[in-house]
Design a binder for this molecule. Structure first.
Ligand SMILES: Cc1cc2nc3c(=O)[nH]c(=O)nc-3n(C[C@H](O)[C@H](O)[C@H](O)COP(=O)(O)OP(=O)(O)OC[C@H]3O[C@@H](n4cnc5c(N)ncnc54)[C@H](O)[C@@H]3O)c2cc1C
Length: 387
């Protein structure tokens, strides 16, 4: 990796201190969550500023750039898992933004040239939020024609806040795609949050962005055309949204537990059965996400198996979350559908964030790998540590 910058290294916090700073920032983020959810087109600017001052925006940079290697160095696996879980537990929309930041920086660090990596690190050190925008709609697509972008993207989290967006643009023939790292000012007129009208994740500022007529020099092209296509890296990276979702799932479960304790209804056999099932599902999700995250971050060499494991984890976490939300609605009853009860928002956010691309295909892909492997069930996945 590139030469270290002494100024970056000198301000690098220890891993535990960084997580401690994040924990200290969480109450403020939680306090703002309801107001952010209530406002149309809210931009979680203060929350992102909080993450910046806590040192979280530079954590995904390799250690040589003054970061913690979150998402790029195996030794950081447990820390990134904990950070994503904590953020998801406090605010799923902010967790989504941070997960996009980590993933986009990871792609630039893996596919960029040394000078592109250096420039990206500088941007993160000055507080720029990164995002990864790949989604298009029937009438909205992005093309790169003679060094100029034409069109735009939809479902771009952090639209209006993200200052470095890693986008995919169609180029050449045969559906080739090129990754481009575009610089966009905050509050850009190119972002439109009017199209973001979901029931949950309202504060993730997931709008459409018009990138028409932006000039793109070679210094902004990340990797060769199709460098990111069909990458096991992309599928494996899906463990990170799962870690954020795990936090959201824990928050809903804790709301249910608190309700049952405060009302004294927990000893009723029906309520106790649901609580037992919720605790089981949370732990199931935690075990899947932990294994998937540790494998993904530390065992890139076993990528086919890790990819299959992450694909199966996606279904396991979805099932756990659906069960936890339904049990909570049934146990808490009508008040879990009423604002300002926080669990009402937690469930809306989680239900929306669970909608990630091609979940059915992930299950089938995991099954196909499982069928192809020579080992028997029980020994086919990489082992992380002795039992
Ligand atoms: C809060 C939030 C923030 C987001 N932010 C970003 C962002 O910053 N950048 C970005 O690029 N995207 C973002 N997205 C979009 C995300 O990446 C997915 O594109 C989106 O969530 C897909 O959801 P979906 O349920 O419509 O998926 P789909 O994949 O369309 O799945 C819907 C259903 O169709 C099935 N299905 C999928 N493909 C097929 C097929 N070919 N044939 C038959 N059935 C099929 C699926 O298995 C599933 O059952 C965000 C989404 C959310 C919820």
């Amino acid at each position: 990796m590139d030469a270290p910058s002494p100024s970056h290294l000198s301000c690098r916090l220890g891993e535990a201190a960084l997580l401690e700073r994040l924990r200290a920032a969480l109450p403020g983020i939680l306090d703002r969550a309801a107001a952010m959810d209530a406002a149309d087109g809210a931009l979680p600017e203060e929350d992102v500023a909080t993450l910046t001052s806590a040192g979280l925006l530079t954590a995904p940079l390799p250690t040589t750039f003054g970061g913690h290697g979150w998402g790029s160095e195996s030794s950081s696996a447990a820390s990134i898992l904990e950070a994503l879980r904590l953020l998801g537990r406090t605010s799923l929309p902010l967790g989504r933004l941070y997960e996009g930041h980590v993933s986009a920086i990871g792609l630039v660090m893996r596919h960029g040239t040394p000078s592109q990596r250096e420039a990206a690190a500088e941007a993160a050190h000055t507080g720029c939020l990164f995002g990864g925008w790949g989604c298009e709609a029937p009438l909205v697509s992005l093309r790169l024609e003679s060094g100029v972008l034409r069109g735009g993207k939809v479902l771009c989290s952090g639209a209006g806040l993200v200052e470095r967006a890693l986008v995919t643009a169609r180029c050449g023939g045969e559906g080739q795609q090129q990754m481009v790292l575009v610089s966009i000012p905050k509050h850009t007129h190119r972002a439109d949050l009017g199209t973001w009208t979901p029931t949950g994740m309202r504060a993730s500022a997931t709008g459409s962005v018009n990138l028409d007529e932006m000039a793109v020099g070679p210094e902004l092209l990340i990797g060769k055309p199709d460098a990111h296509r069909g990458m096991a890296e992309y599928a494996i990276g899906m463990w990170r949204p799962l870690a954020v979702q795990l936090g959201g799932l824990e928050a809903v479960a804790e709301s249910m537990r608190t309700y049952l304790r405060s009302t004294g209804r927990g000893k009723d056999p029906h309520q106790a059965a649901r609580m037992g099932s919720v605790l089981t599902e949370v732990e199931t999700a935690r075990l899947w996400v932990r294994e998937a995250g540790l494998m993904a971050e530390s065992l890139q060499a076993c990528s086919k198996r890790v990819e299959a494991y992450v694909n199966l984890a996606r279904g396991a976490v979805e099932r756990a979350a659906l069960e936890v939300m339904q049990a909570t609605n049934r146990s808490v009853g009508l008040s879990s559908f009423m604002r300002p009860n926080p669990v009402e928002r937690q469930i809306r956010d989680l239900a929306t964030y669970l909608r990630q691309p091609a979940l059915d295909r992930a299950l089938i892909s995991g099954a196909t790998t499982g069928l192809d492997l020579p080992e028997v069930v029980g020994t086919m996945w990489p082992t992380l540590s002795p039992l």
